[in-house]
Design a protein around this ligand. Structure first.
Ligand SMILES: Nc1nc2c(c(=O)[nH]1)N[C@H]1C(S)=C(S)[C@@H](COP(=O)(O)OP(=O)(O)OC[C@H]3O[C@@H](n4cnc5c(=O)[nH]c(N)nc54)[C@H](O)[C@@H]3O)O[C@H]1N2
Ligand SMILES: Nc1nc2c(c(=O)[nH]1)N[C@H]1C(S)=C(S)[C@@H](COP(=O)(O)OP(=O)(O)OC[C@H]3O[C@@H](n4cnc5c(=O)[nH]c(N)nc54)[C@H](O)[C@@H]3O)O[C@H]1N2
Ligand SMILES: [Mo]
Length: 577
């Protein structure tokens, strides 16, 4: 539900579906872009890198419809001087408040200026702006891409991005002056109908000046849940590649099914249509996190069996089928002792660093099983005589890692030894050596025609809703009702609006409003009881919290390539109640 546009879009561009940056790069970057991401709340450790960069005088460009406080100025909790003197460090040198769904327009505007500056420089006999040698040796599709940029009209760029030409010019200048650029991005880029294409436009921007395979440059998708990236690396994928299935067959001696599985959207659809009978959730709070919450809840209640393997109870457990099991398990923070001794699992972070992780606290009960014991137990009870040593796996996680190494001998060579070295180890990232595992064996410039990420909706009164996280929440777990950086206290039923949009609708500050989603499937989707809050957000864009607004997100509103729900930019109407 987060970075599938990265997993699907980025391989078409550069041959790998994950970030190409490593932590060191942040010390060598000459400019950093942070697009559609709110690190002050969601990835606080990244603020250290941004703050250090800012203090070195590195320009930081932000593209975000909301004025996010920690991206404007940040006071480091570890800095005694800033804490005592109540001072802070400026983060963004250029804060671009794009309209929700305006990133393709903004990125194409920047790239159009880079191209024009290059053409002018070449004509004047000055140094080229583009990395011509890189483009010639390492990329494919440049001329079609450049033609499209030349055709893209400024009227469209400015109208859809919501930015001024002057600001786009300043950003293009920052980009052109920098020898090495990092672009970080999050859900403001991926959770759109064209999330995968958004990611590809970021790759295009970087390719123009060879910002891959040199220190301080690269693309940095910032992940959410711990180990979502690692899951994908070891093959947890609803559309596994034939080579992976061949390897599994070779190592384990059974024939894995070749048919593809379901994305979240397809899974929900199959429940609604009655094709799915059983739901097993290995963590998560599915019913609360997915689109069309009321419809999904009704569909889940018709299932034959629902199973939740969880560390904590959540409301999703109350949405269950005819039969339901809640299987409590150890959390990552819990000490996990099995027959061979104390166990560790491994995680891969956004920088492709793999390290071991072992719990430190005593588990709440001796009867709690590990997640691995639960999975192995289900396997043993279901598949008899399959020749796989499930008990061995359960008793010693090193044996699981040995098998991972057998399936991926190159990536995970000496897996058990290398996780025991301090800090762990880096997985290879081919684009860092300018090796491109794409169909053309080069990095591909991929064209997005026009600038419209969203189909137009009827009536000029429609707004685009971005659903967001607050500071006191971890996804569907709400720790408190405050969102301190956004000045929200004591309640989450808030909708952030541009003051002019409120006036136009006769809505006073803090007045109660209802929000209705616009979809053409005949289904009415309305939520009520939200307080309108004037906020620094462009006209036509609004923001409100997830999961309170998930009833507004139609299942069919998703990234067209990867099917990640388009939770940013839901077309809606807002009315005073
Ligand atoms: N404290 C805390 N930390 C978390 C989480 C949490 O819930 N709480 N969740 C974790 C998970 S699973 C994930 S995936 C990550 C998510 O972390 P982020 O990627 O930061 O996710 P969001 O808060 O959903 O949205 C990010 C930003 O996108 C902006 N945005 C919205 N629409 C657009 C748009 O059209 N264009 C642009 N450029 N920006 C837009 C919003 O204003 C917001 O600042 O965080 C992880 N970390
Ligand atoms: N409208 C809207 N919807 C969204 C989003 C959005 O921005 N807007 N963001 C989407 C994103 S990016 C995400 S990632 C999803 C999140 O969706 P989910 O992953 O379904 O939700 P979480 O709240 O992270 O799930 C938390 C639960 O997982 C269980 N748990 C926690 N740790 C463990 C563990 O180690 N093992 C096991 N077995 N269980 C564990 C606990 O029971 C806890 O209550 O929501 C998505 N939905
Ligand atoms: Mo996520």
């Amino acid at each position: 539900m987060c970075h599938e546009p990265t997993s699907v879009g980025l391989p078409e561009s550069i041959g790998i579906g994950k970030g190409t940056v490593i932590l060191d790069d942040f010390s060598y970057a000459d400019a950093i872009f942070v697009i559609g991401q709110n690190p002050g709340t969601n990835s606080p450790r990244m603020m250290t890198e941004l703050r250090n960069a800012s203090r070195r005088g590195v320009p930081i460009v932000v593209l975000n419809p909301l004025r996010e406080r920690a991206l404007e100025r940040f006071a480091a909790p570890q800095d005694p001087i800033e804490m005592v003197t109540l001072t802070s460090t400026r983060i963004a040198s250029e804060y671009c408040q794009v309209g929700v769904g305006g990133d393709v327009a903004a990125l194409k505007g920047i790239m159009k200026l880079v191209l024009e500056a290059h053409d002018a420089a070449v004509l004047a006999g000055a140094d080229p702006i583009l990395d011509v040698a890189f483009i010639e040796q390492h990329t494919h599709g440049f001329s079609a891409f450049a033609d499209d940029l030349r055709r893209t009209r400024w009227d469209d760029i400015l109208r859809v991005s919501g930015l001024s030409r002057e600001q786009i010019e300043r950003v293009a200048t920052i980009y052109m002056k920098a020898k090495a650029v990092i672009v970080c991005y999050g859900m403001g880029i991926t959770q759109h109908r064209h999330g995968s294409e958004n990611v590809q436009q970021i790759a295009n921007l970087l390719l123009l000046r060879g910002n891959f395979g040199k220190p301080g440059a690269s693309i940095c998708p910032v992940r959410g849940h711990s180990n979502v990236q690692g899951d994908r690396t070891v093959g947890i994928d609803e559309k596994p590649k034939p080579e992976l299935l061949d390897q599994i067959e070779r190592v384990f001696g059974f024939k894995p099914p070749r048919a593809h599985g379901h994305t979240v959207v397809d899974a929900v659809q199959s429940m609604i249509e009655g094709r799915a009978k059983v739901f097993i959730g290995l963590g998560g709070n599915f019913a609360a996190a997915v689109p069309d919450k009321p419809i999904v809840e009704a569909a889940m209640r018709r299932l034959r069996l629902t199973v939740a393997v969880s560390t904590k109870l959540n409301r999703g457990h109350l949405v269950h089928g005819e039969q339901a099991l809640i299987l409590p398990c150890l959390a990552r923070s819990d000490i996990d002792i099995q027959r061979s001794g104390r166990q560790s699992i491994t995680v891969e972070d956004s920088m492709s660093m793999v390290h071991a992780s072992a719990g430190l606290v005593r588990p709440p009960s001796e009867q709690l099983k590990s997640e691995i014991a639960v999975v192995c137990g289900i396997a043993k009870a279901t598949l008899r005589d399959d020749g796989i040593d499930w008990s061995g796996f359960q008793q010693d996680y090193d044996l699981i890692r040995d098998r991972i190494e057998d399936v991926f001998p190159a990536l995970f060579r000496d897996f058990n030894r290398r996780i025991r070295q301090p800090g762990g180890f880096h997985l290879p990232i081919p684009p860092r050596s300018r090796v491109w595992n794409t169909s053309t064996a080069r990095a591909n410039f991929l064209t997005f025609e026009g600038v419209a990420e969203n189909p137009p909706v009827d009536g000029a009164t429609a707004l685009r809703l971005a659903t967001l996280r607050s500071h006191n929440q971890y996804n569907t777990t709400i720790y408190g009702l405050d969102d301190r950086y956004r000045g929200v206290f004591g309640g989450r039923m808030v909708v952030f609006m541009n003051e002019a949009d409120m006036k136009e609708r006769g809505i006073d500050p803090d007045a109660l409003v209802e929000i209705e989603s616009l979809a053409d499937d005949g289904q009415r989707r309305i939520v009520r009881g939200f307080k309108a809050r004037p906020y620094g957000i462009p006209r036509g864009s609004i923001g409100a919290y997830y999961p309170e607004t998930n009833a507004l997100l139609p299942l069919a509103h998703h990234d067209l390539k990867s099917k990640t729900p388009a939770a940013k930019s839901i077309p809606v109407l807002v009315r005073a109640e």
